[in-house]
Write a protein that binds this ligand. Sequence first.
Ligand code: NAD
Length: 300
Amino acid sequence: MTRSIAFIGLGNMGAPMAGNLVKAGYTVTGFDVAPAARHNAAERGVRVVDSVNAVVDGVDAVISMLPNAALVLDVWTQLADIVRPGTLVIDSSTIDVESARAAHLLLPACVTVDAPVSGGTGGAEAGTLSFMLGGEADAIEAARPVLEPMAGRIIPCGAAGAGQAAKLCNNMLLGISMIGAAEAFVLGEKLGLEHQALFDVLSTSSGQCWSVNTYCPVPGPVPTSPANRDYAPGFAGALMLKDLRLASQAATDCVAATPLGAKARRLYEAFVASGQGHKDFSAIFAYLRDNHVEHGEQTV
Ligand code: NAD
């Protein structure tokens, strides 16, 4: 039974996730290259050490939560030489599907799972993340109790890489739907509609979706949405762009038609290039409203 867990990558997501494992009674050892991240994790009860070697010493399971695929592959390559055979190794970073599959192959003697998350830093703090799992059926069952204290939902998606595939599809749809919601409010404003009146219609009619009902991109109708705090994230536009780029690359690689996904990527590229990548991705509403358009077509 898993009692001790190594956590590698203690950033905005990793530190609160590791903290929830501590609260659930696990012994959690953590490693991060950034001193501030190590400090934050230590305050949450994580025993912080100063190397990958030290963090995996004697543990039953390892979780990585890193910024990109190159770092995941680098860290998992190091793990190959030092973890005990049979160790459960989970990656919860958002990375491309091919790299996720390659990571599984680096650790053939371990029980490996790709388990990217949805739910952002709020979900990480609250322990309500949605985990999308890829791997062998017995690996997914082994991962379940370890992920439980950090999770609202745990969804098996298929074989190695399937968790990342589901994550990319979800976030491509989210990017498109947020732009759609933002466009409806931009047009509504120009037509003289109050935000609340339009929200009351959209949120109860066929336009309803998470981007309208839960995360409304205009201030007022949904008090908890980032629009009410000057678009402080939440989920930063730069991270949405990262995911849309991964989706575009995946669509190119497997020859899938995703024209709106490509358009959403270009819009978020322009949004980030305008210096707003640190703002919540729902600030695309203000970007669209304030920028030049011709015949309703954004000029990017
Ligand atoms: P972050 O940049 O805050 O944290 C990543 C941490 O990894 C940093 O503290 C960094 O110092 C550390 N790190 C980098 N290289 C390392 C190494 N070689 N060894 C150990 N530590 C290393 O990022 P985050 O927001 O916590 O996101 C982590 C992952 O989760 C990303 O892949 C991101 O796309 C994904 N994600 C983020 C969110 C979100 O809302 N922030 C939501 C869902 C998924």
